[in-house]
Ligand binder design. Structure first.
Ligand code: PMP
Length: 350
């Protein structure tokens, strides 16, 4: 049986599955409801032409790195671009984590930390968030002192809870951790706080960002890491040669040249408030305060609500089978139309 030949580390893995459901409102994956900026849209033919798709892409994404460096207030030596930040998490494990090394990350958090560290054969040490889903910083520090991990991953704001970690607490963790500290800032634009400026001070700090969320390029798969140049060299040692395709590089560059996405981010933050207020009116629901583009909501029977929403054409994220979140749903903030419809459906269901 082929299955017998699979590496031991991934023997229990399930096939990757995503809902293939076509629905009116897709509010399950923390994407933005906005399309490409108009100027980029109007210039697509030129952008595609300049991408020279008969040639391999620029293996080190030079132009894009320059632009991202400008955005982050750093230089290109500090930037690594990946095929989504998903790929970068995998590359980080390939570069730094050996079999049986210890990797520490919070739970509940982004599921791919566990997946990639398991693939690496690491020993996973999960540190639970507190009951209100805030970070348990003392526990993280204790865990670091006990396990001396090769890598600590922090997600700020945390997916799927939307809760955050203060800069002072990140610094405390950086000071005790002798291994790599990854701060995943996928939702940075919705939050506004960053530790990118600390990469000069803490050489083992890696900040992860993505253009999939606030910048609306989830389908193009462009993520980036910001760190000191030695770390970036290590990532370059293990990446596949042409990991970011030329169309993605060219469109990402054009979108960044169009300028910041502050207005779109403000729209989403305003809608987040609209949804939070609407949910309060429904009553009897636990809604967590979120600094990202999604809300985590607890129900008496989340799966019932999930299915009823689906019947009405709304897809949200469920956590069926999860020890902590089985009665929670995560809804991505959408347009006013989508958010109003979501609220209307909930009122009908509950
Ligand atoms: N980190 C976090 C915290 C995320 O929520 C996501 C996407 N859901 C990613 C990383 C991966 O993003 P991408 O691969 O699209 O850059």
């Amino acid at each position: 049986m082929i299955y017998d030949l699979i590496r031991d580390e991934i023997k229990g893995f399930k096939n990757y599955e995503v809902p293939t459901i076509e629905c009116m409102y897709k509010m399950d994956a923390n994407e933005t409801p906005f399309g490409l900026p108009e100027a980029t849209m109007n210039n697509l033919q030129e952008i595609v032409k300049s991408a020279n798709v008969n040639r391999y892409p620029d293996p080190v994404s030079l132009k894009l790195r320059d632009k991202l460096a400008e955005y982050c207030g750093t230089t290109r030596e500090n930037i690594f671009v990946g095929n989504g930040s998903d790929e970068i998490i995998h590359i980080l494990m390939n570069a730094f984590v050996s079999k049986n090394d210890c990797v520490v990350y919070p739970v509940p958090s982004f599921s791919m930390y566990k997946v990639y560290s398991q693939i690496a054969g690491a020993k996973n040490v999960e540190v639970a968030l507190k009951d209100d889903y805030s970070y348990n910083v003392d526990e993280i520090i204790n865990t670091i002192n006990i396990f001396n991990p090769k890598m600590v991953i922090l997600c700020n704001p945390n997916n799927p809870t939307g809760t955050t970690l203060d800069r002072d607490d990140i610094v405390k963790i950086l000071k005790v951790n002798d291994g790599i500290t990854v701060v995943d800032e996928a939702y940075y634009e919705f939050y506004g706080d960053t530790v990118v400026d600390l990469i000069g001070k803490f050489e083992r700090l890696i900040v992860l960002r993505t253009l999939s969320k606030a910048y609306g390029l989830a389908g193009l798969r462009v993520g980036y890491a910001v760190s000191n140049s030695d770390v970036i060299s290590c990532l370059n040692m293990v990446k596949s040669p042409y990991n970011v395709n030329s169309i993605s590089q060219a469109i990402a560059l054009s979108v960044l040249e169009e300028g910041r996405v502050d207005e779109k981010v403000d729209y989403i933050k305003n809608e987040r408030k609209f949804l939070q207020d609407g949910l309060k009116e429904i009553g009897n629901l636990k809604v967590y305060d979120s600094k990202a583009n999604f809300l985590l909501i607890e129900f008496d029977d989340a799966y019932y609500v999930y299915n009823k929403l689906l019947e009405k054409g709304v897809l949200v994220r469920n956590f069926l089978g999860d020890k902590i979140l089985s009665n929670a749903l995560r809804v991505t903030i959408g347009t006013r139309e989508a958010n109003s419809y979501f609220l209307k459906c909930l009122k009908e269901i509950l």
